[in-house]
Design a protein around this ligand. Structure first.
Ligand code: PLP
Length: 378
């Protein structure tokens, strides 16, 4: 099999699985229990959480552990008042778009590369705006956003508000689910107040994530209970999950540059060897994203035909793909319905070898040629 859908899911490495195992089998104690073995588990949990925080230039207490990025994105929205306005990028994941729609919200436009239109953002910030949410890298195109520039604008507006005697906060949130594998993330450098992390996209376990919160941000719990995670996220800690997350993130950090080079080379091979396509993510993209449009073809059919040859790709977000929904991301960058229908997302990852990439290009060419021939014959 040639797996080219790493934006949807990444396998847990043997090393990470081994790191997690003792916390299922031996050190399974509840970290809140009073006896010594449980205290060791609490210590290990806390150390793993600190390691996750350090990987993004933060401290242990700046993080709330969640059950994935969806929860972290929802939790981020509890930082604002119910009458506040939320601005989010048109291409955000549904786990940002849908909770944002519970507020007075507006979408920020993007250009044809999926990059934020800063003028549109500026024109939409009003006196009630409390949160701006812009993913560090998009999950369908891999587009990297200029977060530091957005953060500078946010700081300017905060200053203006102070001068005008307004006490309304303005926070910058970013979903870094897809970026964590390929970018060296530092919360201070990015200038974000809230940042979402997702273990499932960095070769860690599914259902584990975290929300970074800067010191002056106050969250409200989504559910209440035993008061874990400073009362913000009650429930017995997911010790193996967090141990696995820390192990995976450490690995990702160590291999960042090597992986980027590897994926950039694989991307070049695909673009050279695949025939008759239009490249959709031309600029500002993560190195492991290759989005190709085969105009006139149906990408859903291509996926099915490629699956028969054991090549796994996707059309976009896995959750949207399973519902057969037209991609709001590809529509936002101005693609026509026919271009959206013909677009394939290839996302490279650690499971891939150069040999697989040549083989995948060959199989894609064969499948596309057969499809074009079938259509030509009617
Ligand atoms: N945000 C982005 C950018 C994603 O790609 C995903 C998953 O595909 C999510 C959020 C949701 O993550 P989870 O399903 O792990 O909560």
């Amino acid at each position: 099999m040639i797996y080219l859908d790493h934006a949807a899911a990444t396998p847990v490495s043997d090393k990470t699985l081994e790191a997690m195992k003792p916390y299922f089998l031996v050190d399974f104690f509840n970290p809140s229990s009073a006896y010594l073995p449980a205290k060791k588990v609490a210590h290990d949990f806390s150390e793993a959480k600190a390691n996750i925080a350090h990987a993004i230039g933060a401290k242990e207490n700046d993080l709330i552990i969640t059950a994935g990025a969806t929860e972290a994105n929802n939790l981020a929205m509890t930082a604002i008042s119910s009458e506040a306005k939320v601005l989010y990028l048109k291409t955000e994941h549904d786990s940002v778009r849908n909770p944002a729609k519970r507020f007075n919200s507006e979408e920020i436009a993007v250009d044809k590369n999926g990059r934020i239109n800063l003028d549109d953002l500026k024109s939409k910030i009003d006196d009630n705006t409390e949160l701006i949410s812009v993913a560090l890298a998009n999950n369908e195109l891999g587009t990297i956003q200029p977060l530091a520039e957005i953060a500078a604008l946010v700081r300017e507006i905060r200053l203006e508000r102070l001068k005008n005697g307004s006490s309304r906060q303005l926070l910058l949130h970013s979903d870094a689910s897809q970026a964590t594998n390929l970018l060296d993330i530092n919360v201070a450098r990015l200038g974000v107040d809230l940042l979402t992390l997702n273990a499932a996209k960095v070769y860690g376990p599914k259902g584990v994530g975290a929300l970074y919160i800067s010191h002056d941000v106050r969250l409200k719990p989504l559910s209440v209970g035993g008061g874990q995670e400073n009362g913000i996220r009650s429930g017995t800690e997911n010790v193996p999950g967090v141990i696995g997350f820390a192990s995976a993130l450490t690995h990702a950090k160590e291999h960042l540059n090597g992986n980027r080079k590897k994926y950039a080379n694989f991307r070049k091979i695909l673009l050279n060897e695949i025939k008759d396509y239009e490249l959709i993510n031309k600029k500002h993209s993560l190195d492991n994203f290759v989005v190709l449009c085969f105009d006139g073809l149906d990408a859903e059919r291509l996926i099915y035909l490629l699956e028969e040859r054991e090549v796994y790709v996707s059309t976009g977000a896995a959750c949207a793909a399973s519902k057969g929904v037209r991609s709001h991301v590809l529509a936002a960058i101005g693609l026509s319905d026919s271009e959206i229908n013909g677009s394939l997302r290839i996302t490279l990852g650690e499971t891939n070898t150069e040999e697989q990439i040549h083989e995948a290009a060959k199989i894609i060419n064969e499948v596309v040629a057969l499809e074009r021939e079938r259509i030509r014959r009617g």
